[in-house]
Design a protein around this ligand. Structure first.
Ligand SMILES: C[S@@+](CC[C@H](N)C(=O)[O-])C[C@H]1O[C@@H](n2cnc3c(N)ncnc32)[C@H](O)[C@@H]1O
Length: 334
């Protein structure tokens, strides 16, 4: 463990999607953190509590927060904000974010930065206007984004049949997930195939469940029968039926991940997740995208975590995606 100076602050701040500020406050309340909302701008919420905050106060998982920092205060220039971070003598890197084009966005450096190491203290400057620069500091931890505003800024390839490609890539980058040639992923709601394309490009094989038609770009890797799966290359098997009609035989052996991108309620998706995990006990990871019609549903996450915990998944996380305002990635790992 790296020895770290003790920093205490009166406030902390969270960066979030513009329009998710209320849901963020609700989520913090539902976790009984004792935080009181203070100053707020679009995509930026500060909190206060009875006692000062320390770096350990940031060890809370809030799905609507894209980055959580101890607040070192507000300055009128970027340089003055950097000085606030430098004065802590603790941060080994400074990240920059800004509210621009109606979004809280990362300002990516010209040369891509390395993913911070676990335990590393990172300074963040948040530009909210021409004379409003907030300085913050946080500790990098597992399942935290390496990007200042939690948005990967990844460009989707032209051949992707849907924007779902971005959802998979953003979740993989945020949570630091790897999918390799050793993985077989079952994805419910796979058509037209953006997620399947991203997984195939990463070398993983996919069993896609969906009654709808797939795009040609993924059908190029399709196999006619699950039993015909080759061992030396990534393949795609289209199980062209609704999730509820999929059987153990369709899955075969060796499925490692359950994914769902079905446009269904969390209850329906989690019911199917339970059924699939029972049919394929080799599943060690779950990644579900949930479209919340009402963002306040985020306060129900404890129930979703409980149903995943009952299946033996020890780690659960919920994270709002930057690529779609209403969508959250629900992750569970054994
Ligand atoms: C958002 S789209 C999925 C996008 C897809 N993941 C991609 O990467 O392009 C939602 C899909 O869920 C499918 N779907 C909805 N209910 C389903 C069910 N009960 N079983 C299987 N697929 C379902 C729909 O047919 C639709 O294609």
């Amino acid at each position: 463990m790296i020895s770290q100076p003790s920093i205490e602050t009166e406030y902390l701040f969270a960066l979030c999607n513009s329009g998710s500020e209320k849901a963020l406050k609700l989520e913090a309340e539902s976790q009984a953190l004792g935080w009181r909302q203070s100053y707020q701008r679009r995509g930026f919420v500060t909190f206060k509590a009875d006692a000062p905050f320390s770096i350990d106060s940031l060890d809370v998982a809030l799905g609507t927060s894209r980055r959580l920092c101890l607040s070192l205060g507000k300055s009128t220039t970027r340089e003055a904000a950097i000085e606030r971070i430098d004065a802590t003598q603790a941060a080994s890197q400074i990240h920059h974010a800004r509210f621009h084009d109606r979004k809280m966005q990362s300002i990516q450096p010209d040369t891509p930065a390395q993913r911070p190491t676990i335990g590393q203290l990172i300074g963040t400057i948040v530009e909210l206007g021409p004379t409003e620069f907030w300085a913050g500091i946080h500790r990098h931890a597992p399942f935290l984004s390496p990007d200042p505003a939690g948005d990967a800024g990844i460009a989707m390839p032209a051949e992707s049949p849907s924007r779902a490609w971005l959802k998979l890539e953003e979740a993989a980058r945020f949570f630091d997930l790897e999918f390799t040639a050793n993985d077989i992923v079952v994805e419910l709601g796979c058509a037209p195939g953006g997620v399947v394309l991203a997984l195939l490009d990463r070398g993983a094989s996919v069993i896609g469940v969906d009654p709808a038609k797939m795009a040609d770009v993924v059908l190029a890797s399709a196999i006619p029968l699950r039993e015909a799966a080759p061992r030396d290359q990534a393949w795609f098997f289209h199980c062209r039926k609704p999730a509820a009609l999929t059987s153990k035989r369709d899955l075969g052996q060796g499925v490692t991940w359950f994914m769902s991108d079905m446009n269904q309620s969390p209850e329906v998706v989690l019911k199917e997740c339970t059924r699939f995990c029972k049919m394929a006990p080799s599943i060690r990871g779950v990644l579900i995208t949930l479209k919340l019609t009402d963002l306040s549903q985020v306060a129900e996450k404890a129930q979703w975590f409980a149903s995943l915990a009952a299946l033996g998944f020890k780690t659960q996380r919920l994270q709002q995606l930057s690529v779609h305002h209403k969508e959250f990635a629900l992750l569970a790992l054994k």
